[in-house]
Design a protein around this ligand. Structure first.
Ligand code: SF4
Ligand code: SF4
Length: 109
C-alpha cells in the first residue's frame, strides 16, 4: 500500500493472498513482519493473517476500504506489499490493482 491514492483505497489488502518467506518475520530479521500477523503455510512460507479468509482482509489493515485506510505495520510490511502496483501512489494502477479495486466496486485509477 502506498500513500495518497492508496490510503483512500486498500482494496489489494482485501483481495489477494499475501505470502512471503519466513526470513522476513520479525523473529528472523530486525524490523520484520510481526510474527503474530502471519500464519504458517509451509516450513518456509508465511501468509499475512486474514488474506486467505472469505472474504479476504489482511489483519494489519485498519479503516474502511475505499474511504480511509492504513497499514498498521507499514514500515514492517512484507515484500509482496512493497512490490505491489509500484505506481499506484502516483495514480497509475496496474492490472492487479485494477482487479482488486473492481472487486470492491472501485473504479480503476
Ligand atoms: S488496489 Fe491499487 S490503489 Fe488500491 S491500495 Fe492497492 S495499489 Fe493502491
Ligand atoms: S501488510 Fe499492510 S500493505 Fe500488506 S496486505 Fe496487510 S495491510 Fe496491506
Amino acid at each position: 500500500m502506498h500513500e495518497d491514492h492508496c490510503t483512500r483505497c486498500g482494496a489489494c489488502c482485501a483481495a489477494y493472498r499475501v505470502d512471503f518467506h519466513r526470513a522476513e518475520l520479525a523473529s528472523c530479521e530486525a524490523g520484520g513482519v510481526p510474527d503474530a500477523m502471519a500464519v504458517q503455510v509451509t516450513a518456509m512460507l508465511r501468509r499475512m493473517r486474514g488474506t486467505d479468509e472469505a472474504p479476504p482482509r489482511c489483519a494489519a489493515l485498519e479503516g474502511e476500504i475505499g474511504r480511509s485506510v492504513r497499514c498498521s505495520i507499514y514500515s514492517s510490511r512484507p515484500s509482496p506489499c512493497r512490490d505491489f502496483a509500484p505506481y499506484a501512489a502516483l495514480g497509475i494502477g496496474d492490472d492487479a490493482c485494477r482487479r482488486a479495486r473492481l472487486r470492491h466496486g472501485l473504479p480503476p485509477l
